[in-house]
Write a protein that binds this ligand. Structure first.
Ligand code: BTN
Length: 232
């Protein structure tokens, strides 16, 4: 796809700037004053340190499959650019160990899909409130990484991953994420509040959770948290 990349300095959120643009537009900013995450959270957007961009997409697949495909694309681009293998916590948090290094926000605007992607690239440290749950590529590798190379790799990987069929996305995601099956998790969402074990994806990309009474619950939105079982 011939991407039209718009580069900006300080914005509220690249999601706001991308809204109204045609498919193929990518808005990248150096800083976001009100960067947004999923579930009404904010996205810490330190000036210059992270890659913050929104891509306007036209895509026939339903949103859950696109969301998983975007996770695969960001995982691939981080591996290629920084040589770091990330896990994907369903639906699309990129983790190094247990700490988050990238996130994806998918929203609809005027019949188009806007994929907002934030990667913690060159942060030297995280603020105290995020220190135990977030990290950056620099903190993990001990060296700086090019945000330009990462953006180019991410856009190429997005093109590739959005060409996959739903079945391919589901199969690749199940391989790429340690969260798809056999993981002890807790769920706190508008629809469910429980603890259980992840038990695969349904054909739409939603996550099955099996509770200890052997009942299966399908998680459509929200997210999961790993339960770390203490070693004996
Ligand atoms: C999440 O993990 O909760 C999603 C985070 C998405 C952050 C990116 S940064 C670029 C784009 N602009 C935003 O305000 N959010 C997304």
């Amino acid at each position: 796809m011939p991407w039209n990349i718009i580069r900006l300095g300080t914005v509220t959120s690249t999601m706001d700037e991308a809204a109204g643009h045609p498919p193929g537009t990518v808005v990248v900013a150096e800083e976001q004053t009100t960067g947004r995450g999923r579930l009404e959270r904010r996205w810490f957007s330190a000036p210059g340190a992270g890659l913050y961009f929104s891509a306007v997409l036209e895509h026939p697949e339903p949103a859950p499959i696109v969301t998983l495909a975007l996770g695969l694309a960001v995982q691939e681009s981080i591996q290629q650019t920084a040589g770091v293998a990330c896990d994907i916590r369903w639906p699309n948090d990129l983790l190094i160990g247990e700490r988050k290094c990238a996130g994806i926000l998918v929203q609809f605007h005027g019949g188009r899909l806007i994929a907002g992607i934030g990667v913690n690239v060159n942060h030297e440290a995280m603020p105290p409130e995020l220190a135990t749950i977030a990290t950056s590529l620099r903190m993990v590798t001990g060296r700086e990484h090019s945000k330009e190379h990462l953006l180019a790799a991410a856009l190429a990987a997005i093109e590739t991953c959005l060409r996959l069929t739903s079945d391919e996305v589901l199969r690749l995601f199940a391989r790429a994420s340690s969260y798809v099956s056999g993981r002890r998790v807790t769920v706190e969402s508008a629809e469910l509040s429980l603890a259980g074990t992840t038990d695969g994806l349904d054909p739409s990309g939603f996550l099955w959770i099996r509770t200890d009474d052997e009942r299966r619950h399908l998680l459509h939105s929200g997210g999961v948290r790993a339960v770390n079982i203490p070693r004996p």
